[in-house]
Design a protein around this ligand. Structure first.
Ligand code: NAP
Length: 474
């Protein structure tokens, strides 16, 4: 049994509803129940959209929206440790990484509050065309309408924050469906929104069967934008099914890093060790494929492997743990299969420590092995020797994904070249591509998505220009 405090009902139109049907949320580490969430279905989803529609009939002025967002940021700061422990419990995220996520959500809310106060259109220079002479024109930034938000398990708080905070900054009501494996952080965030003074209906949270809730969000014309973060397969299908909606996709990656022969190899190896295995590689920008120029290859590998072996694998609640469990048994079996199937040499790891996959480094895998071309989403990185930067860039780009990529080099020309030629939404130089700060424009090209998150960019997506033209008296 779990304590009542860990039971959370679903939120529709300001009411916390017990549907009588409960979803057990289990620790991916121990299998213990860490919470229970009331389950919604299609009916509750329709009611949530009704409530969001009613809420938007009484728009909240920007200063009120900003104040609410600032209050939520403050609450996240005050309750930081509680929030971090909840993330750690339900996602199996090592506590030190969960604390970073909780702090980042506070930052996301703070940036969103700034955007709420800055939201404005622009003047149109009408006399720039003869037809415009004698006219004054400007744009208003209008909320797009109800936002349907669907979020993944791996950042159960901050990726929810990246959807609902910009939506509220834009003046849009939200119907949120968090991942079934990790709904508790999202429901806690909804409590904080309510305590911060968000009126009923502006945020509705539904936990339950993805296809049932997703179908209603896709089919209901009142939902004007779907913001989805998750796997590419699900994301692109949703978009196909909703041709009249804006469907913003933040999807997967098979993140590459290039290490040039002139790089500081110790820095590169240290950052790869930190960023390929944090949260057991379950970040969409976890380092996965490393291409090292041949002259630096041996030194890089000899530096990397001991650093990887020094990572502490174990209970995510332990202060010292670096690498915990992957989300479930299916994920674990798939990752082990991919490791076993590669033609590369396993330099370390490749097996289990109890139920946990040991951090795994694979040298020179085949180009078409899953670990080379699919998203592993586990504690695995590959290291491949290359003859030139040309070859490294070619291999880094040889993927259907394009979220973020990185290069380590001591040569500014090589850095600029990589920034131009790596076909990704973001390129980091002398930093792992796992780096993200919450104000950045973040998103991918190709199969990795079609939008940018970060409050400023998300607010742009969630608002539309309305043009006002005034005929001036002659
Ligand atoms: P997922 O299986 O695609 O699930 C993501 C969300 O979509 C969950 O809420 C899921 O609900 C829901 N969903 C599943 N099927 C659906 C359907 N037919 N209709 C509507 N919703 C549906 O992804 P995940 O395993 O949670 O997350 C890992 C993936 O997310 C990785 O590919 C990772 O790279 C990507 N990701 C991308 C970013 C980014 O910003 N680009 C950030 C983090 C993660 P249920 O949980 O109920 O199934």
């Amino acid at each position: 049994m779990v304590a009542a405090a860990n039971e959370k009902r679903l939120l529709v139109g300001g009411e916390w509803i017990d549907t009588g049907d409960w979803l057990d949320v289990r620790s991916p580490y121990s299998g213990d129940i860490v919470g229970r969430a009331a389950k919604a279905g299609a009916d509750e989803t329709r009611r949530a959209i009704d409530a969001a529609e009613r809420a938007m009939q009484e728009p909240l002025p920007a200063h009120k929206r900003a104040e609410i967002l600032v209050r939520v940021a403050g609450a996240l700061g005050r309750r930081h440790e509680e929030v971090a422990r909840l993330i750690s419990d339900e996602a199996g995220k090592p506590l030190k990484a969960a604390r970073v996520e909780a702090a980042r959500a506070m930052s996301t809310y703070t940036f969103a509050a700034v955007e709420a106060r800055k939201l404005a259109g622009e003047m149109v220079p009408m006399d720039a065309a003869q037809a415009g002479e004698g006219k004054l024109a400007f744009t208003l930034r209008r909320p797009i309408g109800i936002v349907g938000a669907i979020s993944p398990f791996n950042f159960p708080l901050n990726l929810v924050a990246h959807k609902i905070a910009p939506a509220l900054a834009s003046g849009c009501a939200v119907v949120l469906k968090p991942a079934s494996q990790t709904p508790m952080s999202a429901l806690l965030l909804a409590e904080l929104e309510e305590e911060a003074g968000l009126p009923p209906g502006w945020l509705n949270v539904l936990v339950g069967p993805a296809s049932e809730i997703g179908d209603v969000l896709v089919e209901d014309d009142r939902v004007k934008l779907i913001t989805f973060t998750g796997s590419s397969g699900v994301g692109w299908k949703l978009k196909e099914r909703a041709p009249k909606k804006r469907v913003n996709l933040e999807l997967g990656n098979a993140t590459p890093v290039i290490v040039a022969a002139d790089a500081d190899v110790t820095v590169a190896a240290t950052k790869v060790a930190q960023n390929a295995f944090a949260f057991a590689g379950q970040s969409c920008i976890s380092v996965q494929r490393v291409y090292v120029e041949r002259d630096a290859y041996d030194t890089f590998v000899q530096t990397l492997v001991p650093l990887v072996n020094a990572l502490k694998v174990g209970d995510p609640a332990d202060e010292e743990t670096d690498v915990g469990p992957v989300i479930d048994e299916d994920a674990r079996e798939r990752i082990l299969e991919w490791i076993n199937a590669t033609s590369g040499e396993v330099l370390t790891g490749g097996d289990l420590d109890g139920d946990l996959i040991r951090p795994t480094v694979i040298a020179n895998p085949g180009r078409n092995d899953e670990v080379s071309c699919e998203e592993v989403f586990g504690p695995v990185c590959t290291v491949t020797a290359v003859d030139s930067i040309d070859e490294a860039i070619e291999l880094a780009n040889a993927t259907r994904y394009g979220l973020q990529a990185g290069i380590f080099t001591g040569n500014i020309d090589t850095a600029f070249r990589a920034a131009q030629e790596l076909d990704f939404g973001g390129v980091t130089v002398n930093e792992a591509p796992t780096f993200r700060s919450d104000q950045m424009p973040y998103g991918g090209v190709k199969d990795s998505g079609n939008t940018r998150e970060g409050p400023r960019y998300a607010v742009h997506e969630m608002t539309e220009d309305r043009l006002v033209v005034i005929d001036l008296p002659s």
